[in-house]
Design a protein around this ligand. Structure first.
Ligand code: AMP
Length: 282
């Protein structure tokens, strides 16, 4: 695996690949890699000749400075995990200056309704930060295909919209959520949880599974109530939002219409660690 820390070296590594018409896959990450990230990289390795993995903790997408400071950074073990995969990987680990130059600042985007709910509503400026860094990374890497997890489902839709708005020549591929055996969605932030909290956090996935099971037999207001009640009984978890939404617009669902696709979304705090998860309901 080749490791580069600046965009000039990255461009020169990719130059001959492009000349030879090789397909470039791209997996942007913030590091502290787990099996969820590796599933994206493996899929990209299958579908492309070379895969660029970026590890960069992007300051502009954090609305909470403590979360940014405490975000796990474990580059050596990340490298070891990537070395263990079979294929042609180019790891890019830029610093702030390489991405932003002198001023680490978001551009303002307009994703209208898509950015006003859930993550956009509760994390001010988050999607401007995400869209800014992903635009910059796409500009640097110029991938043919880029891979994003459904774990961040709203982000996946935002990126698709970004590509549509800017008419970028990249195919966005969404990949299913990878979970621990007990159902907990894998997340770099899980590394900050105690063993007891890791156990408690499985309630998030259990709740989503219950909602899916009851989706055809219960009304949406009844499901909303059920979820709120469940979290009220669980003092170690604080529900930030629960929402059932139509899967392509993320419009909040008031009732279940037969032809539409729905997903349920949860954000909850476990101690000071914020966790998100979602699940298709039909
Ligand atoms: P992050 O490092 O958290 O910014 O995530 C980098 C990419 O990995 C994003 O596209 C995430 O949606 C994806 N990802 C993170 N966790 C998972 C997971 N458990 N399953 C699938 N994809 C994931």
């Amino acid at each position: 695996m080749i490791v580069v820390t600046d965009k000039k070296s990255l461009a020169s590594q990719l130059f001959s690949q492009r000349q030879n018409d090789k397909k470039i896959g791209f997996v942007p990450t913030m590091g502290a890699l787990h099996r969820g990230h590796l599933a994206l990289v493996n899929r990209a390795l299958k579908e492309n000749d070379i895969v660029v993995v970026s590890i960069y903790v992007n300051p502009t997408q954090f609305d909470n400075q403590t979360d940014l400071q405490k975000y796990p950074r474990i580059l050596q073990s990340d490298k070891a995990l990537l070395e263990g995969l079979n294929g042609n990987i180019l790891l890019y680990t830029p610093n702030n200056e390489d991405i932003y130059g002198e001023e680490v600042r978001s551009e303002a985007f307009n994703f209208s309704e898509l950015e006003r709910k859930m993550e956009g509503k509760y994390r001010k400026g988050h999607f401007d930060g995400v869209a800014t860094v992903v635009s910059k990374l796409f500009e640097i890497v110029k991938p043919h295909r880029a891979y994003f997890g459904e774990k961040d489902f709203q982000q996946l839709l935002i990126i698709k919209e970004l590509v549509r708005m800017k008419n970028l020549p990249v195919e966005i591929i969404g990949c299913p959520i990878v979970r621990e055996e007990n159902g907990l969605a894998m997340s770099s932030r899980n590394k900050r949880l105690t063993p007891e909290q890791l156990e408690k956090a499985t309630i998030i996935h259990q709740t989503l599974s219950d909602v899916r099971e009851k989706f055809e037999s219960h009304t949406i207001p009844a499901l909303n109530e059920m979820v709120r009640e469940r979290f009220l009984q669980e003092p170690s978890l604080e529900l930030e939002y629960f929402q059932i939404a139509e899967a392509s617009t993320l419009e909040e669902a008031k009732q279940n219409k037969a032809d539409d696709q729905y997903r349920a979304f949860i954000a909850a705090y476990c101690g000071e660690v914020r966790l998100i998860d979602n699940m298709a309901l039909n």
